[in-house]
Design a binder for this molecule. Sequence first.
Ligand SMILES: [Zn+2]
Ligand SMILES: [Zn+2]
Length: 579
Amino acid sequence: MYLSSLLLFLSLGALVKCAAGSDWCYHGCPQSPDHWAEHSGVSCGEKRQSPIDIVTGNVQIDHHLLNFTFVNFSSQHAIKSIENNGHTVKCKLEANQVEVSGGGLNGTYSTIQFHFHWGNTEYHPGAEHTIDGHRYPMEMHIVSLKKGFSVQNATEDSEGIAVLGFFINGTDDGDMSGPWSELTSYLTNTTDTEVDMNNTISIDDLIGNVDLTKFYRYMGSLTTPQCNEAVVWTVFQQPININKNLVQRFPMKTGFTNVYRPTQPLNGRDVFASPTTPLPSSHSWCYEEEPCEYKPSYWHNLPHSNCGGERQSPINIETLDTVTDEHLGAFTFTKFDDKHAIKHITNTGHSVKCVLKEDMVEVSGGGLGYVYSTLQFHFHWGSNKSDGSEHKVDSKRYPMEMHIVNKRKDLTLAEALETPNGLAVLGFLIEEKIAHGRSSSEHLETHPTSDMEAWKKMTSYIPAIHNISSEVNVTDEISIDDLLGGVNRAEYYRYNGSLTTPSCDEAVVWTVFKESVKVDQNLIMMFPTHAGYHNVYRPKQSLHNRKVYTTKSASSAPGPIILLLLLPCLCASSHNLHL
Ligand SMILES: [Zn+2]
Ligand SMILES: [Zn+2]
């Protein structure tokens, strides 16, 4: 009885001591990072731990990650003292002086301290976060608590703490006399002694000219026990550059080496980036005339690429080789007439894309066999008014092509990308509208097709999204029907293909409509002129053993005379579609 009480007492004592966090280490003791999770009351083994490896190819731009507001980062009176606490070097700030807000943070945070993580004297790098597996020499963490919260409150709130992480790079020829020289002059191997700083450097002095608009964001934890999952992480993309001899002062003068926690599993978390952050992996592909690592003929070499498959898009449609399929009936378009369905318009760097409101617009029928949710539409264009469509018909390339992208309603996007008919894309060829004259291809009087006012409104947004990844909300009333106008939606080609941009997933049921949408030339030219790039179409892909199907009446209407005769009934059928 006495013995077991004593054991209980001892183990509780050990637990309390461990929970207080005094006997953990980075290496060379029993409580190294692999064992941090073994004690109750710590979160180190949970699912949203930090640091992480940031895989830039999986990072998503978040347009809410706007600029930060920093209060007193430039004050030379804000840094109060510096201390070697046995694990790191920590600079404490004057209370209630320094603040951070903006940057997508939910409210204002009071900055309390900053500290460092580093490697060893042999130039082994010691940042905590890694970028695509690359580890910088050092990392600085600026720690802020939600304004008004105690440390206790903050560690219990999932967004209670905001940490700003800055990578530090060691250069061969940096300044040996500036603020970093000043800061490192205070480094000591004497632990637990707090030394006052003499008001000569500010946080801004240390950050230097890092672009504070470029950063990654994810939800994580403290990187030391108890690893509380309370941290909104900001990791700036650009490193602070300092002389590598100053980096060396951290391990040399403190006697501590490799004071960083290994990267932790992401466990399905999303990592976001501010809109100006360059994301190299997603922009390493390009079209033929642009400079980049992967031009179209090398897309198949991209990671996770399907671009070398045998059911790729776009193709040249040889009309004489098409096969009539009686099941290719009329489509049902839901909310194509809704003038508020377009949420925003964005410049992806490869196209101009109109993103629709979720779970609103739908497509079914047309031999698809499923109901599809319409996600977005975008455009492919050339450099002048003749060449820019992706699909060709009898070797003719049109000036532009519009793709309306739809996802099978019963699948998630990830599932759809792995399913042969997971996506349905409606392709509309676009050509110049000849005012009061004849359409160049059909030699028919141009009957009223699309609504030029709608095209004018839509293209008027393009100058505002000149910067890549920028987006603007669409406030004008524009429906998809307005843009398509009276184009015949009953006559089309059908084949199984792929996305026409990497990773070229072979998940697309393609519909290419026979009649082109007619748009004023000056509106067509808005795309190459204001998006900042041109000739954004993938070259023709081989058909391999695929067949292209056609709706019933097409092969029986080869000539203009029969088309003329059919015209009244075509108009009638397209009217029916709009009812
Ligand atoms: Zn840290
Ligand atoms: Zn497309």
